[in-house]
Design a protein. Structure first.
Length: 141
């Protein structure tokens, strides 16, 4: 049986430590993500990307943690609230773009990427992403 948490964590470490042609993983991810749709590009048009990339590296850990805990920690609650309809208005379908851009970037940056690697990312991050989507139209917990 495949331990998808191990697959994810090892791949995460390999991919995020890598720079290709002077471009770190998180920069490449955001470039890929912004290219997924005009709406995504517009949502992030006035974003401080240095701060956003620092936050992404932290938030990925908390989104992944949700997979095993099945309950949000304080930071994930704050992230969900921030991305909800009443604040940044990140619609649930935009998370699909986010996940696809992330997997495409991992394919490029993880030198040991294989068929099960993307599945590991999806299975570990998916529950946390589903939580974020579920909080879009709701008020604070």
């Amino acid at each position: 049986m495949v331990d998808y948490e191990d697959v994810f964590h090892l791949s995460y470490w390999r991919a995020t430590q890598r720079t290709l042609e002077g471009v770190p993983f998180l920069n490449a991810f955001y470039s890929n993500f912004l290219a997924t749709s005009p709406e995504v590009s517009e949502k992030f048009s006035e974003t401080n990307f240095d701060a956003l990339m620092r936050m992404l590296s932290i938030s990925l850990v908390h989104v992944a943690k949700y997979s095993s805990a099945r309950r949000p920690d304080a930071l994930l609650k704050v992230l969900a609230e921030r991305h909800s309809q009443k604040d940044l208005d990140i619609r649930p379908d935009l998370y699909d773009h986010w996940m696809e851009a992330l997997i495409e970037t991992v394919k490029t940056y993880d030198p040991q990427y294989e068929d099960g690697t993307g599945e590991g990312w999806r299975r570990v991050l998916g529950p946390g992403v589903d939580y974020m989507k579920s909080r879009y139209a709701t008020s604070s917990e």
